[in-house]
Design a protein around this ligand. Structure first.
Ligand SMILES: NC(=O)c1ccc[n+]([C@@H]2O[C@H](COP(=O)([O-])OP(=O)(O)OC[C@H]3O[C@@H](n4cnc5c(N)ncnc54)[C@H](O)[C@@H]3O)[C@@H](O)[C@H]2O)c1
Length: 261
């Protein structure tokens, strides 16, 4: 028996990085997974991996900021697997490091649409299935950038702070329902999103400097976030609700400190 045996799980942003690792881990732990990504070839590749690993998966290319598309992929999960038990709203974009005076309203709207309205829409359409059965787990990927400054650009950080507020407020809106709502705040993880940072540092020969600010003295890998998502998705986390859990090697525990060994 896997830790998610019998559960039906939707994972967004499943074509790369944290979402791919989570979809694979959820399936390996017995969940029937609906993998979502904007990039069809990428999410199909994730589904192929899961099938080769013996898991149950259905992949859908969809934009998480498009309400009709979100409604459709949630209904697809219900039609394919008979319901929804776990939603991992993980898809996100960074928007790059654009100086404040160069940021436009369209730039902000795009980041908020994917990173914040995306999770809202997925919760809106997936939660009725969970509320009806009196049980379910919703997980969103926020970021340490949503906790405090200097881990991302302005709009990205604000969107992730919004995700933390979203899980806190929805956990309370679902008072007494049995549906849990939590966020994970990753630190620096090597994924498609952070590839430019890693590529740049490797090109400069300074890759030994990456991830040195946290007390683990290293960057993280996607499976390390996927394991936190697995915990929150599973019944092991039956009393964990309304939380934003940092998985960051201890980065968010520190005050600035210049005297590193
Ligand atoms: N990598 C890090 O260091 C880090 C740190 C903190 C938080 N995060 C968050 O983790 C989540 C996953 O990112 P990642 O690091 O795995 O990056 P990634 O780029 O490897 O994966 C993100 C995936 O989301 C997909 N996506 C983007 N926009 C979409 C949309 N509108 N609809 C559907 N899919 C869409 C992309 O195609 C991609 O496959 C994001 O929310 C990100 O903000 C990442």
């Amino acid at each position: 028996m896997g830790r998610l045996s019998g559960k039906r799980a939707i994972v967004t942003g499943a074509g790369s990085g944290i979402g791919r690792a989570s979809a694979r881990l959820f399936a390996a732990e017995g969940a029937k997974v609906v993998a979502i990504d904007l990039v069809e070839a990428a999410v199909d590749e994730t589904a192929d991996m899961i099938r080769k690993e013996g898991g149950a998966v259905s992949s859908v290319a969809a934009d998480v900021s498009n309400e009709t598309a979100v409604k459709d992929f949630v209904e697809h999960c219900a039609a394919q697997y008979g319901g929804v038990d776990v939603l991992y709203a993980n898809a996100g974009i960074s928007g790059g490091m654009v100086p404040l005076q160069e940021q436009t309203v369209a730039y902000w709207q795009q980041i908020l649409a994917v990173n914040l309205i995306g999770p809202f829409l997925a919760i809106k359409y997936a939660s009725p299935y969970m509320l009806k059965q009196g049980k379910g787990s919703i997980i969103c990927t926020a970021s340490v950038a949503g906790l405090r400054a200097n881990a991302g650009a302005t709009a990205y950080s604000a969107s992730k702070a919004g995700v933390i507020s979203l899980v806190q407020t929805v956990a309370n809106e679902f008072y007494g329902s049995g549906v849990r709502v939590n966020a994970i705040c990753p630190g620096l993880i090597e994924t498609g999103m952070t590839k430019p940072i890693f590529d740049g540092a490797r090109a400069r020969g300074s890759d030994d400097k990456i991830g040195q600010l946290n007390p683990m003295k290293r960057y993280g890998l996607p499976p390390e976030i996927a394991h936190a998502a697995l915990f929150l998705a599973s019944d092991d986390a039956s009393y964990v609700n309304g939380q934003a859990i940092a998985v960051d090697g201890g980065l968010s525990s520190t005050h600035p400190f210049a005297g590193r060994r």
